[in-house]
Design a protein. Structure first.
Lengths: 311, 477
């Protein structure tokens, strides 16, 4: 880019400037502060020092060593459970919301009476705040009186007995299903917009060639929706790994510990860092998570950059 | 020129408004309109059903006695209180007087943000003519282990009677007073209730209700079983861990026995205290331990949001929780009042602190509104407590109360370590990840104990003043 080109587009730069300044203050500076904090022994008794807190006794990387290797650190002890749960949670919620969104979008892309009403109704879960979702589903999962077990066991007789959803391995499902319920309308909306951008002539040509419904989906719909898939994948990955509200509201009205099977990265970091006033270790764990997420975003960009129109 | 003239009047009006607003901004000592008045800010958590109105009404008498002092009441939600208070403590931008949960005191005092109030305590002792005007259990929270001064005054106490259904215990032919004289008798009695398979008013009766890990009472529920068996989490000085000692382990195992043998249904383990409490109100539970505030709810008519006329409310009684092998040692919590060091009106703040915590009629009135027990001993002699069958118990509950060790790291220890491992232990008892295995319980306690040891070691290494204080404490004992 030459100086002449910059001068030519200077008005555009002026328009961009407020956003850049905002991004620096809202994103960049807090990130730098967080990284800096991860090298400090920032605790309750020296909070007033903030970024001038002393270094950890075991060196500048002390917080990272504790989080990764110290078996007596509560952050380390619960980390493997939280990593495993977060992996499955993010994977299954992303897959579930995308699949449910696709089914919803394909249904709503057809012309039928009351389509507008159906579109509005389908969006309903998305307007319910996540903390309300967490609270409500917390009641719905109750073993004896919860509507889920009443439906599955008492009315539909699908289960031989009423399972416990809020304890043990089922806990993961108890947080995955409400999250899918909350977020699938977003996927549906995105995919519906994508479907409506596919020209009808393409399908007509395929029909003339004798393509089946599956072949049309496989060879037209699926590949042409690739830019939408890419955005949904990125969104799902980021939102779900950093998920917090639904879990904390379902289990957090007291101890804030959803158990080994439901603890996610964010709830683990919150409990062991914020509630302990141990910001150094919390920042270290957050930076580690950020590095992992950054790598995934880079990988995502490499895979999908052509779909996004990037050279 | 004419255009400029047209702007003269509006400009003059704007300027006039600005001058007036600047005059209005110049207020009293704290920005209040009245120059002669001192305004105190009081932060409190919701203790009654109408927290702000009730507390404001309570301080009216103080304001009448002290016309130069105004009190602004601000209510903090329990869930946000810890964060707001610690932020205020570290930033120095807090209120004058603050309500603190008793287990928070040592932690906040450790930051150095609480004003010493030894003089308030001394004055109270002198005026009342007694050396111990407050319940014994509150003294460690007034002057935490590593603090040099008295930093708070006790206000309200969270005591937890055993609520029981008189009709159920009678039908099974059991005397609850006798049954609670020891853990063995208590266990046998509850087993008998379970075996009787009673159905009353169409409700199957469970012998006992115990909430699970999705609750803020996890540690409060299990702790009495540790200390009742002669164990605990840490020793009295808070520098040695006894959680994985045999007495503590056996205490936990006794607690779990109620779940394992179905005396308290496993389904209750996914419920909170409020949810199991509702089961009691609906007549499904024979025995249930909860904060004394439940009495207010059981006495309040249904149309006012209580459970007043329900079958359970007509047939309940209260008694002391069971005594363990090491004696009757009960959980006791509650709230203290303290003054932030940042206050600019220490004299007035101390006057308010003294008024709220040592004026018998004020404390009594607030206990009536909140349903909690007083920390001020003289209040127990009021007919409100002494002539009521259920509330008469409060004094004993308070006297049997054993506070948590008032060490600055208790908050971290309880929140992060105990909640997690006790939660895992409850999962083991619920058999959600396979059959019950005592070795797994012992392992959880061992891991928790090791984490607490690491925490204490870290604290003592970083704060040499703790070590000196500890040595002095041990020498004194």
């Amino acid at each position: 880019m030459t100086w002449r080109e910059i001068r030519k587009n200077r008005m555009a730069y002026w328009f961009l400037a407020p956003t850049v300044v905002g991004m620096v203050f809202v994103h960049l500076l807090p990130i730098i502060q967080g990284i800096w904090l991860s090298f400090l022994a920032s605790r309750k008794d020296n909070l007033i020092l903030y970024l001038k807190a002393p270094l950890p006794d075991n060196g500048v990387l002390g917080n990272y060593k504790d989080v990764l290797f110290d078996p007596h650190s509560p952050l380390h002890a619960g980390m493997m459970d939280a990593v495993r749960n977060t992996f499955w949670y993010a994977l299954l919620v992303t897959a579930g919301t995308t699949l449910a969104g696709l089914v919803g979008a394909l249904l709503l892309n057809r012309k039928f009476a009351g389509r507008s009403v159906a579109r509005t109704l389908f969006l309903f879960p998305w307007i319910v705040p996540t903390y309300v979702v967490g609270l409500l589903w917390g009641f719905m999962w109750q073993q004896e009186n919860g509507i889920v077990n009443i439906l599955l066991h008492d009315w539909l007789h699908l289960l031989p007995s009423k399972p416990q959803w809020l304890l043990g391995p089922n806990t993961l499902w108890a947080i995955i299903i409400p999250t899918i319920w909350r977020f699938w309308p977003y996927s549906m909306l995105m995919l519906l917009a994508g479907l409506q951008n596919i020209p009808g002539e393409v399908y007509e040509a395929a029909e003339i060639d004798g393509a089946s419904a599956w072949q049309k989906f496989r060879h037209i719909t699926f590949p042409l929706l690739r830019p939408v898939w890419s955005v949904l994948l990125l969104n799902g990955m980021l939102f779900n790994v950093y998920s917090f509200n639904i879990v904390i509201m379902m289990f957090g009205n007291g101890a804030g510990f959803p158990g080994k099977n439901g603890d996610l990265m964010m709830t683990a970091i919150f409990r062991n860092s914020f509630q302990m006033w141990d910001f150094g270790h919390g920042a270290a764990m957050s930076v580690l998570l950020m590095i992992v997420m950054l790598s995934l975003v880079v990988a995502w960009y490499r895979i999908f950059r052509k779909d996004l129109g990037s050279p | 020129m004419k255009k400029i003239r047209n702007f003269r009047l509006p400009s003059a009006l704007v300027a006039g408004c600005l001058v007036l607003s600047m005059v209005a901004c110049k207020g009293g000592k704290d920005g209040s309109a009245d120059d002669s008045k001192v305004t105190l800010r009081l932060w409190a958590t919701p203790n009654t059903s109408r927290p702000k109105e009730d507390l404001e009404k309570l301080v009216e008498a103080f304001k009448a006695k002290n016309p130069d002092i105004d009190v602004q009441v601000e209510i903090l939600d329990w869930s946000a209180a810890w964060t707001k208070i610690t932020t205020a403590a570290t930033s120095g931008a807090g209120p004058d007087v603050v309500q603190l949960g008793s287990t928070w005191i040592a932690s906040i005092a450790d930051i150095g943000s609480l004003l010493p109030v030894n003089d308030v305590l001394e004055q109270t002792r002198k005026e009342m003519g007694v050396d111990s005007p407050f319940v014994r259990a509150t003294y460690s929270y007034m002057k935490p282990l590593y603090a040099d001064s008295v930093v708070s005054m006790p206000w309200l106490m969270d005591v937890r009677p055993l609520f029981y259904r008189k009709d159920v215990w009678q039908k099974v032919g059991l005397d609850i007073k006798d049954a609670t004289s020891s853990w063995d008798k208590y266990f046998a009695a509850l087993e008998k209730i379970k075996a009787s398979k009673l159905v009353i008013e169409g409700q199957k009766i469970e012998a006992l209700g115990m909430a699970g890990k999705n609750d803020w009472n996890v540690v409060h529920n299990i702790y009495p079983w540790l200390i009742g068996n002669g164990g605990g989490v840490v020793n009295a000085e808070g520098d040695s861990v006894i959680l994985d000692g045999e007495k503590s382990v056996q205490g936990v195992l006794r607690y779990l026995q109620f779940i394992r043998l179905g005396i308290s249904p496993k389904a209750y383990l996914e419920k909170t205290t409020a949810q199991v409490s509702a089961e009691f109100d609906q007549g499904r539970i024979a025995t249930w331990q909860e904060s004394s505030t439940k009495l207010v709810y059981l006495e309040r008519p249904v149309e006012q949001g209580g459970a007043g006329s329900t079958y359970a409310a007509r047939n309940y009684g209260t008694t002391l929780p069971p005594a363990g092998p090491a004696g009757r040692r009960l959980f006791v919590g509650g709230s203290q009042l303290a003054i932030f060091r940042s206050t600019t009106h220490p004299k007035e703040a101390k006057a308010l602190l003294k008024f709220l915590t040592t004026d018998t009629s004020v404390v009594l009135e607030y206990c009536k509104l909140s349903g909690m027990a007083p920390a001020l001993r003289s209040v127990f002699s009021s007919p409100y407590f002494s002539s009521n069958e259920n509330r008469r118990l409060f004094k004993d509950l308070a006297d049997y109360g054993v506070p948590y060790p008032a060490v600055p790291y208790w908050g971290e220890l309880e929140t992060s370590i105990l909640n997690t491992h006790f939660g895992n232990i409850l999962d083991i008892a619920a058999e959600v990840n396979g059959p019950y295995d005592e070795a797994k319980v012992r392992n959880e306690l061992k891991v928790a104990a090791d984490q607490i040891r690491a925490l204490i070691k870290d604290q003592l290494e970083k704060k040499p003043q703790y070590v000196a204080k500890l040595q002095a404490l041990k020498a004194a004992r």
